[in-house]
Design a protein around this ligand. Structure first.
Ligand SMILES: *Cc1c(COP(=O)(O)O)cnc(C)c1O
Length: 404
């Protein structure tokens, strides 16, 4: 018996609490297989049972369908059992029929754009967005066009050619919250059928399930909270099976599939995701409150602060404020640079969502590809709060702020 079965149907039973799903999803058959840890299949190719059977499997996979039970995965760019396990685990956490995993979050976003029908390659996007996503859409590198619109203007930006609406909530880097249901309803009210993609990287499935609020696709940079340890790049799109079957052929053709080692690490990360997110979120809330009364800090953004959640979305759409915050130094760029360069416990580095705290300057780094009018202010720093003691994180910030 193979230790990496090729397909894992998502259980149709009512959803268990997320802590239980996080530990067990994608592992349902391990006991029957006689193993306890997630098996890793590093095969790039698989023995074919016969020419006809191999050809049938190839055709099925290239067309975007999962292999039939017992069917050969043929070639690892088409399908990999370890990746499929991670996908079924992530799908279970998002309450999705399917998930498709990629080598990075940007590979996931690229595949979604490439999978748009030829006559529906116009995208309506709500800023702020992750810098890479903004750059990909603005340059039209993949043959899409974009109209940036405020939440209110999304309906009037839609045309017959619009194939996708894209938004992020909480948004990167200043944590703006968008009412997903309101956007879905506004799209529907135009009589157009345009799917909404929500980048859920910051909230994670622990705090927010965009599909439950009417979104059609959820995207994660799994590099961030899902992996949680800063040692694996990955991206994933959770959606319905029909959409997944349009995205998988793009992955097979363009080759952006997740590596099985990374799939293993990301899947292992799912088990601790709820406890990590809750602990990091509690510290972020404490740090945000303390920074807000610091004399060198002009402004703090964290959804735990009432002014950052004017629509009351925390508790309604997103169960908690999350572990990322941003703050603006009264002294502008020079002070922000000094803080980033004087932290000691916190690491000055891009990325977020790991067990250790990271600080970075979005305008100079992650949002550098954005045009100046879509770039965050020069005095703003983004902090990803890790699992260190909240008092130690704050102490490190206070010392660095003294140098600002
Ligand atoms: C990091 C990030 C991405 C891109 O993901 P990669 O894994 O780096 O390709 C997309 N969206 C958000 C919100 C991110 O933070």
């Amino acid at each position: 018996m193979s230790v990496t079965p090729t397909s894992h149907p998502v259980p149709s039973a009512p959803l268990a609490p997320i802590d239980t799903r996080a530990v067990h999803a994608g592992r349902e058959d391990l006991t029957d297989l006689g193993v306890h840890a997630l098996p890793i299949d590093l095969s790039t190719t698989s023995p074919l049972p016969g020419v006809e059977a191999g050809g049938d499997a190839y055709e099925r996979l290239a067309g975007g369908a999962p292999p039939l039970p017992g069917q050969t995965p043929v070639y690892a760019r088409l399908w990999n059992g370890t990746v499929a396990r991670f996908e079924s685990g992530l799908a279970a956490l998002e309450g999705a029929e399917a998930a498709v995993a990629f080598a990075s979050g940007m590979a996931a976003m690229s595949a979604v754009l490439l999978a748009l029908p030829p006559d529906r390659r116009h995208v309506v996007a709500v800023r702020p967005l992750y810098g890479g996503t903004d750059h990909l859409l603005t340059t039209g590198l993949l043959g899409t066009t974009v109209t940036y619109a405020s939440v209110e203007d999304v309906p009037s930006a839609l045309t017959d050619a619009t194939g996708l609406v894209v938004l992020e909530t909480p948004a990167n880097p200043t944590l703006e919250l968008v009412d997903i249901r309101a956007v879905v309803d506004a799209i529907a009210a135009t009589g157009r059928e345009v799917p909404l993609l929500v980048d859920n990287t910051f909230a994670t499935p622990v705090l927010q399930n965009p599909l439950a609020h009417g979104a059609s696709l959820v995207l994660h940079s799994a590099t961030k909270f899902i992996g949680g340890h800063g040692d694996a790049l990955g991206g994933v799109v959770a959606t319905d099976e029909a959409t997944a079957e349009r995205i998988r052929p793009v992955r097979a053709i363009t080759g952006g599939i997740l590596h099985p080692w990374a799939a293993y690490l990301l899947h292992r990360g799912l088990a601790t995701l709820p406890v990590r997110v809750r602990a990091q979120q509690a510290s972020a809330t404490a740090v945000a409150a303390a920074l807000r009364s610091h004399p060198a800090v002009a402004r703090v953004w964290h959804p735990s602060l009432p002014e950052c959640d004017p629509q009351g979305l925390i508790g309604r759409q997103q169960s908690g404020p999350g572990a990322i915050l941003a703050f603006e130094l009264s002294g502008g760029f020079g002070s922000a640079a000094a803080v980033a360069e004087h932290v000691e416990l916190i690491t000055h580095a891009v990325s977020l969502g790991g067990v250790d705290s990271l600080i970075q300057h979005p305008a100079a780094l992650t949002h550098r590809p954005c045009p100046p009018d879509a770039r965050p202010g020069a005095g703003i720093l983004r902090l990803s709060v890790g699992l260190e003691d909240a008092g130690d994180i704050l102490g490190d910030l206070e010392k660095a702020l003294a140098s600002a």
